[in-house]
Ligand binder design. Sequence first.
Ligand code: ADP
Ligand code: ADP
Ligand code: MG
Length: 444
Amino acid sequence: MFNKVLIANRGEIAVRAIRACRELGIKTVAIYSEADKNSLHVELADEAICIGPPNPSESYLDIPRIMSALEVSKADAVYPGYGFLSENPKFAEIVERSGAKFIGPPSEVLRKIGDKVYAKKVAKKAGLPLVPGSEDPVDFAEAIRVAQEIGYPVVIKAAAGGGGRGIRIIHNEKELREKFPVAQKEAETAFGDGRLYVEKYIINPKHIEFQVVADEKGNVICLGERECSIQRRHQKLIEESPSTALSEEKRKEICARVADFCKELGYTSIGTLEFLMDEEGNFYFMEMNGRIQVEHPVTEMITGIDLVKAQILAAAGEEVKFGEVRRNGWAIEFRINAEDPDTFMPSPGIIDRLVLPGGPGVRVDTHIYQGYAIPPYYDSLIAKIIVWGRTREEAIARAKRALRETIIEGKNLRTNIEFHLKVLNHKEFIEGKHDITFVDRMMV
Ligand code: ADP
Ligand code: ADP
Ligand code: MG
């Protein structure tokens, strides 16, 4: 087992990782930027090292600075979280070469799944259904040919994309001609990789993803699904498990193929396979995320399994087994963002008054506290409120109660709590019929 883990992240996920380490008896090292010196993860960790200025490129994304902190602290493993360097195979490889353990899949596996086109090839081999589209990255002429073949609308995506960026919906050839070069340039700038691929645009689908846990001893366990259809700009806002749209039979079928996919890849660690489900109930594999997912708590709430601990144990080479996995009740997560609820623009500021919800079936994962100044440099996620109920109905009632209890106030500070309440009162959501176009339709 590890002696000391360096947490290469910030915010709520850094706090989450410190909690898991502490329960496992592992010491922790926080790294932080100058903007985060008063952050909760810095206070909670056993040690903390300031690694640079607020700008992520000079701190949380700066590999040499993080490696120096690793060396100075003598930590024997690195916890990457989500975002930042969590899916960066170069970083994983540098950590491995240093002799420390990257708490995630091996760097070469991370490299393979980070290439969405490659991941789709492995998925095909494992018998997973794919979104129809190009089998390889395409140039301009091929893009036009493939789009013609599968029919408009299509989406063009960056092979190295992530975080909802690098995705464009294209309705006709004229639009494709206009946007392809722009998208290529953008992918080059944002991901350092201009390769694009084409996919059929699935009409009104649900986003449904499956959580896996795989250790180095060959155990691969699929913990079922999360539905994440409530999204804005391809980024998730509300996630739940189970999904209203899945039968036990379908769940078992996909879980079995998900396990095959992981075995085919040699995947070890926790990870998530993302799918779209169309109106006829057909599933299409989109991508795999080889890291902890923001919405992992909903799976934890219905299975009682600590996914971050499982991730750390798997990285330490331990056997990760849970016996019979029982899914119990319903869990829903709400991402609380410091942002304008109408425009979704970030809204940083100082928290003057904070009341977080509690009571039965309510969990809050956050790094904020009263007096905390939300820095403007990072993601607008400031808390996750997760509720559990024996039924979906109970979970929804509890969610409304918990969100109404929540007070996050400060000058000029706005959050999306009202947005969540609006969703909870919407007929389509209550009936579980919502798809990924729900937020756009609701906002007009
Ligand atoms: P999840 O897939 O866990 O639901 P998201 O797709 O919302 O998570 O992304 C997780 C976090 O990481 C978000 O804060 C998002 O902004 C960030 N993120 C993900 N991928 C990238 C990327 N390639 N570049 C920058 N930020 C990213
Ligand atoms: P990222 O790596 O940024 O998370 P994904 O490939 O997972 O990108 O896609 C993010 C979101 O974009 C999906 O959850 C879905 O809402 C939408 N999306 C992606 N591909 C398609 C598609 N082929 N048809 C319709 N919507 C799509
Ligand atoms: Mg995705």
